[in-house]
Structure formats: C-alpha cells, structure tokens
Design a binder for this molecule. Structure first.
Ligand code: SAH
Length: 256
C-alpha cells in the first residue's frame, strides 16, 4: 500500500482507537525510568501538591506518580473507558488517583492551583504552544510541566519519513524550535532528554502485537479495524527504518 492510501490514526473512529489501546498499559512511548528521571528533575513534590496528568490514557504515568509521591494525582482524559482502567489499576495497587473527564484545553482548575502538569505523549492533541500558554495560568508560581512530544532529531530527513509525519503531525518541531516555544510561553527549561529506543520498541510497539491479534479477532471483516491495525504496524515499521531521525523528547519546564 502506498503512503497516499494510509490514513493517519486521528482519522479513525475514536471508539475503535480507544478499544484498541485500552488493553495496553501505555498508549505512547515511554518507561518507568524516564518518568522517574523527569520527576527527579523537579524534585520531591510536597505531600499536599497537586499533579494533573493530562491525556493520562490508561494511567501509565499516573500510576508511577501515585506510587512514588505523596501528592494528589488527578488523571485527566476525554475517554471514560481509559479513566475506568486508571481506577481499576489504582484500586488493584491500593493507590488513590482522582480521575477527571475533561479536555486538556478546557480544564476546570482554578488559576494558580496546580503544582505540576504531567503530559506524556498527549500534548500533540492541542500542540505545544497552545498547551503551554493555556496551562501557564493554572500553575502555581514556580510550578512545573513535564511533557513528552515527538520531535525531529536530525535536520536532513528522507522524503518517506518527512511525508509520514507531515500527515500525522505536521507541527512536529525540532528540539531547538520547541525550546524556543517553551521560553516564549514563559517557562525556563530545567531539562530535556531523548527517550531511549526501547521506550518505543519494547514498551509501545511490542505490546501492541498482542492487542492487534485480539482486536482483529473481535472485529473480523471490519475494514476500519483492519486499517487501524495496518496503520499502527506501518508506524512501527517507520520507526524501525527511520527512528534515528525522530524521537520522543521529555521536556521539563518551570513557570517563570
Ligand atoms: N499519557 C498516556 C496516553 C498517551 S495517548 C501514555 O503515555 O500512555 C494520548 C491520550 O490523550 C489518549 O488517552 C487520549 O484519549 C487523550 N486525549 C486526546 N485528546 C485529548 C484532549 N483534548 N484532552 C484530554 N485528553 C485527550
């Protein structure tokens, strides 16, 4: 199939995407080690601190934050099925996580009420510039944002991968352009680092293989479901082939 025939994941029925991903532990590249590395750049949150995990998915980061801090964790997403999974996972480990159904671009938080905004693999939904501007007023003085986003790592890219991301995420920036956006939105950069390859391969694409088998069996003969799986497989192939040109970058920033 040529690239022209590939739909980008965002075009699919959201309920199908939600079902596909609700069986996986994480819905984007990442790892426990990288979440803790970013948290370490911020320091130990106060026991009464509020951490909002935006676009929490099934709770990969929220669980780690709840396990390793005494802060109040609020896991935010627009899919109830994901939020229910977060609750199940928290209860299974006897952890307290508050879930909130809200779009990240219209959060019900009071100004200057949040200590840390966490956002792994989800800021692309509204774009870095929009997210950082909107969330600035919600953060307390000196509050932090820790987010990951797909980022170009090289200046010269083969046409095939340039085209792929042009369709999937046209606003994807370089580290340099993103750092500029961050400063312009009123934050100081505390740290940034590139997520290691296994955050994509072992932790994101590999667990999807099992999810794909179950999903396809459940949706036999459904061309949309078939297409969704093909797109996810294609994305994984693109990473195998061109992963040196882009990656997820963790940006840890502080409100000035
Ligand atoms: N943070 C999780 C999930 C990343 S996938 C992880 O790293 O595993 C992106 C998540 O953003 C999905 O759960 C999706 O439902 C959520 N999302 C998409 N648009 C959103 C919006 N406007 N507001 C809040 N969450 C959104």
């Amino acid at each position: 199939m040529s690239n022209d025939n590939k739909n980008i994941i965002h075009d699919f029925d959201f309920n199908l995407i939600c079902e596909y991903f609700s069986s996986t532990e994480r819905q984007g590249p990442g790892s426990r080690e990288m979440t803790l590395k970013a948290l370490n750049c911020i320091g130990i949150p106060k026991p009464d601190a509020i951490i909002a995990d935006l676009g929490c998915g099934t709770g990969s980061s929220a669980m780690i934050l709840a396990e390793t801090t005494s802060a109040q964790i609020i896991a935010v997403d627009i899919f109830d099925a994901f939020l229910q999974k977060v609750q199940q996972r928290a209860q299974a480990k006897n952890l307290t996580i508050r879930t909130l159904h809200s779009p990240m671009e219209k959060l019900p938080f009071a100004p200057e009420s949040v200590d840390i905004i966490w956002c792994e693999g989800a800021i692309y939904n509204i774009g870095i510039e929009c997210g950082l501007n909107l969330w600035h007023t919600l953060l307390k003085d000196g509050g932090h944002i820790a987010f990951t986003d797909a980022t170009w790592l090289t200046n010269e890219r083969p046409e095939e991968i340039e085209q792929f991301w042009q369709e999937a995420y046209p606003q994807m920036g370089t580290v340099e352009s993103n750092l500029k956006l961050i400063k312009k939105a009123g934050y100081r950069i505390k740290e940034w680092f590139v997520l290691p390859t296994e955050c994509w391969t072992d932790n994101f694409y590999l667990p999807q293989r099992n999810a794909q088998t179950i999903f396809l069996a459940h949706h036999k003969g459904n061309p949309t479901a078939q297409m969704l799986v093909e797109n996810q497989r294609h994305e994984a192939e693109m990473f195998d082939k061109y992963g040196q040109h882009y990656g997820y970058v963790f940006y840890v920033v502080q409100k000035i």
